[in-house]
Design a protein around this ligand. Sequence first.
Ligand SMILES: Cc1cc2nc3c(=O)[nH]c(=O)nc-3n(C[C@H](O)[C@H](O)[C@H](O)COP(=O)(O)OP(=O)(O)OC[C@H]3O[C@@H](n4cnc5c(N)ncnc54)[C@H](O)[C@@H]3O)c2cc1C
Length: 247
Amino acid sequence: MDVQLLEATEDPERLICQAARNDYMEEFVGETSFEEIMEEVGGDSLEDRQETLIHHLLDHGHFGPFEHPHATFAVKGISRSCMAQITRHRHVSFDVQSMRYVSFDDVDPADVREGEMVVVPPSVDDPDWVGRNQDTGPVDDETAKRREELFRETIENAFDSYQELLEMGLPPEDARYVLPIGTKVNMVMSMNARMLMHVADMRAAADAQWEIRQMTEAILDLAAEWCPITFEQYEAEMKNRKNRLAP
Ligand SMILES: Cc1cc2nc3c(=O)[nH]c(=O)nc-3n(C[C@H](O)[C@H](O)[C@H](O)COP(=O)(O)OP(=O)(O)OC[C@H]3O[C@@H](n4cnc5c(N)ncnc54)[C@H](O)[C@@H]3O)c2cc1C
């Protein structure tokens, strides 16, 4: 998996402050300098004032201003299972690599075994891994070996059959039906800072699956660089809270 920040609102925290101060100012933000807009907020420097205001907004659940800055992320090589989970979030915009127009016809099925085209979950290689909602505990070495072999054999066979079906003239849009849910996909997604916090509330939480957690943690790292005051406070105080989208 690779997660990159493709594009994002420049100076997002200035925009958050402008939007928030608009609510409480007689003057029009469009005709007032940022320094004047922030004059009444506590702090020695402009940066301090931004920090004060953003902390205040987050502490009080005044999340509207965080809807103005947007970020676009490119995600490489997540499973279609993970993609199905993240695309449930209705305020995120997505572009998903097509399996109708992209056919994976030059892949060596032997590479598929090694995770070239399909995400291989850590539990496949790690006998001690215990997943959520799992009735059994760690397994013995023989079972672990057989389990890994069965997993790798199955994904290799699936890609083998897929390519054979393509060679026999089946359209890619129909041949793809034999591919596993772990098949890798690339995606572009955009969301505002408020939604990013909501996605992280749900998907970086302990009860989310390891793959979407890993992706969300990578997004949060990028968000902390892009919008630092907001996401540093989010990481420190708000992550994993329940009852998330307060007014
Ligand atoms: C650990 C975990 C397990 C899950 N398991 C399942 C499962 O087994 N099956 C399954 O189907 N889903 C499952 N989900 C998905 C979950 O039910 C949500 O559909 C998904 O996380 C989207 O989040 P959201 O409901 O907050 O909506 P989002 O689309 O992210 O919207 C954000 C917020 O906007 C508001 N909103 C958006 N649309 C509406 C609307 N139409 N009406 C009212 N309010 C709205 C809500 O306040 C919502 O919280 C799971 C999620 C998690 C985190």
